[in-house]
Design a protein around this ligand. Structure first.
Ligand code: AMP
Ligand code: MG
Length: 310
């Protein structure tokens, strides 16, 4: 407990000095910096080698804090009440008087925001008077990190501090929903589309038009393990790592299970960790069994489809 408190103090010191650090969240680890500071935010882009046109998600402690920077409405409040803090991000209109660095939103008048539920990061957010701009703590286009060691493997000594919060419980990025115009999901993630659409009142939104915005993070090549990935594989070929949704009776050294009994939440949690282990073991190819496309399985399929693109 004491160790956590002193680590949070250290983290704040770095952040106040416009440095970026890694923070644990329930989805994946984030590379965090003061979202009000151009200098701090630029460092995130540089370290991640992230294209400057790909905006960052700003992380807040609570609703009151985010109201300083963005416009909120009934639909937002309903989703917030049900899912926050948790693995959902909202694209909202920026307020004119917002102090968010223009670099965070790529000069646009919208911003993506989130309220992470990891207790350490919540404690940290409570103690600072600025939101944290935090994309996933990995080099651009590679696999998101779900533990402190994954972040070390990505950045080595280039990153000065990692707040260790154990392994990420959800293990896959947040669902992003655009609430400007007619609400719609931009990226599948930790909360299923079914649960979200259940809460969106069609009558309230019937006159709104769908406003299309480009989401660079959903580009085809993303979440890439750096080796070829074959989907819906009924079997594996020689020397091919084979990712399975549930444990099989037959044991093969090339088999990697995402879950014991086809539990999709467990599978999501283990996905990125498994891809990293396979790479570390020196495999040159991956085959993945068909994953049921329901609940969080939708997000798993979205990520492995992108991972399979060349
Ligand atoms: P990550 O890098 O994993 O944190 O992913 C963040 C995702 O949020 C990327 O796909 C971004 O393109 C998307 N994003 C961030 N800000 C915005 C915004 N203002 N509008 C639309 N998408 C955004
Ligand atoms: Mg990312």
């Amino acid at each position: 407990m004491k160790k956590n408190d002193s680590n949070i103090k250290k983290a704040i010191k770095y952040l106040n000095n416009n440095e970026c650090i890694a923070i644990p969240t329930e989805t994946v680890y984030g590379l965090a910096a003061n979202a009000y500071s151009d200098k701090a935010v630029s460092r995130v882009y540089k370290l991640k080698k992230r294209p400057s046109n790909n905006p960052l998600i700003a992380h807040y402690h609570n609703l009151e804090d985010c109201k300083k920077d963005c416009e909120i409405d009934k639909t937002f409040k309903r989703l917030y009440k049900k899912f926050c803090p948790g693995p959902i991000s909202f694209v909202l209109k920026l307020k004119k008087k917002s102090k968010i660095s223009k670099i965070v939103s790529n000069n646009s008048d919208s911003i993506a925001i989130r309220f992470p539920s990891h207790p350490l990061t919540r404690k940290l957010l409570k103690k600072i008077n600025y939101p944290l701009a935090a994309p996933s703590a990995n080099i651009s286009t590679s696999i998101s990190p779900v533990s402190k060691q994954d972040v070390v493997d990505e950045f080595g000594p280039k990153l000065k501090f990692i707040l260790d919060g154990g392994s990420s419980k959800i293990g896959i990025e947040s669902t992003i929903i655009n609430l400007i115009g007619k609400p719609h999901i931009l990226r599948l993630g930790g909360i299923s589309s079914k649960l979200i659409y259940k809460l969106i009142n069609p009558l309230e939104n019937k006159n709104k038009k769908k406003i299309r915005i480009k989401v660079p993070g959903t580009s085809k090549l993303h979440y890439s393990p750096g080796i070829p990935v074959r989907l819906n594989a009924k079997k594996n070929y020689q020397n091919e790592a084979y990712i399975l949704i549930k444990k099989r009776k037959k044991i093969d050294k090339n088999y990697f299970y995402l879950s014991k009994k086809s539990n999709l939440k467990e599978a999501a949690k283990n996905l990125y960790r498994t891809l990293r282990i396979i790479k570390k073991n020196g495999y040159k190819k991956i085959a993945i069994e068909k994953i049921p496309n329901k609940n969080i399985g939708e997000a798993i399929n979205d990520r492995i489809l992108r991972a399979s693109k060349k």
